[in-house]
Design a protein around this ligand. Structure first.
Ligand code: NAI
Ligand code: MG
Length: 499
């Protein structure tokens, strides 16, 4: 452990300036080879808070060389020792929860109390969880012949490329880095353009504990920096979270090299509320499920809510009242429940879907909560949450991922109709059903086409539960022991003939 441990810096503005224009390569903070930077903005005010280094192919080359070198020594450590060091990262990150939460709030516009601080604590938990799993990298022995010992072992892949989005930037990064490292790999992260600084800070904190070069953080444009990372011949696995379009580009590039990929893509997750459900619980579940506190910017957002006729009107009134009571405002203010949308293009996309819904005959937009009045937030990217009633499952609003605080409420008559519509989607990430009837709950759990089904609750991602979708929602699983074993190792079969 180095003598001078980083001290948390609770002033996110000062920290953003300090981290500006840097990449982490080979254990050192350095500018991009291009020397160029691009601005990072606070979406709640429109002000520039700092700048990120514009990494490109030359930086990817340097990072891959540093990672490949560091990985050799790392893979030779006992797996429990790797785990111990990853858990030590968890402790270091734990000391920086408040700092990281504030920086995430500043650069993403997500409220500190409801989202950003929670995200930072999950990051520490992910490192702690995976840190304990070093000795779980087990193989099997296979009965074959008495004079032969036949077994499998788990080997690291080598250098892993991790490309992350902006909506939960440090949590999604941790979900990729922690299992990859414990499994014996080195990692190169490409952070999102909109939210590069908290990711860089988290890597700087880990860099106090782990060998230099074992993980590296690049910032830069998607195609110009992420592209060469995926294509690099030294990268043996790519793990990605983001849009379906980018996921397909990455899959094609990876196919050329025949390397494995994990893709966590979008969603249009159904929530089915049966008339017999506990409506108070279902309404509270819709608020968390739809991630209104994250401005709906979640791949699992409950953006299609099917409510049975008899419960429909009460459900709509109760949900509207609950979202109305949420306070939109400065993300760094403890009183704020809902912050700002990440960027101008994303804001424009969300607003265009709201307009589309408003212009659709039969659909009604219920705008909730209230825009902040504070003068310094006038140029902020705030959007009032919208509940669309009278929506049809075949409308674009109900089929396409909006990634904003917009949900459709679709009335249904019978259960079969709800299941059919819930499954009539290009996506299959998450689903929930709300009912007091056990038979219905179990039947729906089997029939809903999704990677993650919950009954009468709506938990977010948990470290120890495998998570990932079907259909256009992606390939492979994240979180859990399974993700470390199946997605960050190669299995080798060994036969020793002693005859
Ligand atoms: P995106 O998928 O384009 O960006 C995600 C990451 O991929 C970023 O780090 C970006 O720089 C990188 N990237 C972009 N193009 C690349 C390429 N050709 N090669 C390698 N890396 C590349 O998503 P974006 O543009 O931020 O958002 C667009 C839409 O995607 C959103 O409106 C939303 O619907 C969806 N989305 C879904 C997310 C999820 O959690 N599943 C997260 C973020 C966005
Ligand atoms: Mg994009």
């Amino acid at each position: 452990m180095p003598q001078s441990r980083l001290q948390p810096n609770l002033d996110p503005h000062a920290l953003a300036r300090e981290l500006s224009g840097k990449l982490l390569i080979g254990g050192a903070l350095r500018p991009a080879a291009s020397g160029r930077t691009f601005p990072v903005e606070n979406p709640a005010t429109g002000e520039a808070i700092g700048a990120a280094a514009e990494g490109g192919a030359a930086d990817v080359d340097l990072a891959v060389a540093a990672a490949a070198e560091a990985q050799k020594g790392w893979a030779k450590l006992a797996s429990r020792e790797r785990g111990r060091l990853v858990a030590e990262c968890g402790r270091a990150l734990n000391d920086h929860i408040e700092e990281l939460g504030r920086l995430v709030a500043l650069e993403t516009g997500k409220a500190l109390r409801t989202e950003s601080r929670v995200e930072a604590s999950v990051v520490a938990d992910l490192f702690t969880y995976y840190g304990g799993l070093g000795s779980e990298l087990k193989g099997e022995t296979v009965p074959f012949r008495p004079d032969m010992l036949t077994m499998t072992i788990r080997e690291p892949i080598g250098v892993v490329g991790a490309i992350i989005p902006w909506n939960v930037p440090i949590m999604l990064m941790a979900m990729k880095i922690a299992p990859a490292l414990v499994a014996g790999n080195a990692v190169i992260v490409k952070a999102a353009e909109e939210a590069p600084l908290a990711a860089l800070r988290a890597c700087q904190i880990m860099n106090q504990v782990l060998p230099p070069g074992l993980f590296n953080l690049l910032t830069g444009d998607g195609p110009a920096c992420g592209g060469p990372l995926v294509a690099h011949k030294g990268v043996g696995k790519v793990t990605f979270t983001g849009s379906v379009e980018t996921g397909k580009i990455i899959y094609r590039t990876a196919a050329e090299k025949l390397i494995p990929v994990t893709l966590e893509l979008g969603g249009k997750s159904p929530m089915i509320v049966m008339a017999d459900a506990d409506l108070d619980k279902a309404v509270a579940g819709a608020v968390t499920g739809m991630r209104f506190t994250r401005q709906g910017q979640s791949c699992t957002a409950a953006s299609r809510i099917f409510v049975q006729e008899a419960a429909h009107d009460a459900f709509v009134d109760m949900l509207k009242a609950k979202v109305d009571a949420m306070k939109m405002g400065d993300p760094l203010d403890e009183a704020t429940d809902i912050g700002a949308i990440i960027s101008r293009p994303q804001y424009d996309k969300v607003m265009s879907y709201i307009r589309m819904g408003e212009e659709t005959p039969g659909m009604r937009a219920l705008r909730c909560s209230a825009l902040p009045q504070d003068g310094k937030l006038k140029r902020g990217l705030f959007v009032q949450p919208v509940l669309f009633t009278g929506a049809r499952n075949d409308s674009r609003i109900a089929r396409e991922e909006i990634f904003g605080p917009v949900t459709c409420i679709i009335k249904f008559r019978d259960y079969e109709e709800a299941i059919r519509q819930a499954n009539d989607s290009d996506y299959g990430l998450a689903a929930t059903i709300w009912t007091r009837d056990l038979k219905t709950a179990l039947d729906a759990s089997h029939r809903l086409e999704a990677g993650f089904v919950q009954v009468n609750q709506n938990l977010v991602v948990q470290s120890n539960l495998s998570y990932g979708g079907v259909k256009n929602s992606g390939l492979g699983k994240e979180a859990s022991l399974e993700s470390m074993l199946e997605h960050f190792t190669h299995k080798k079969t060994i036969i020793i003939n002693m005859g």
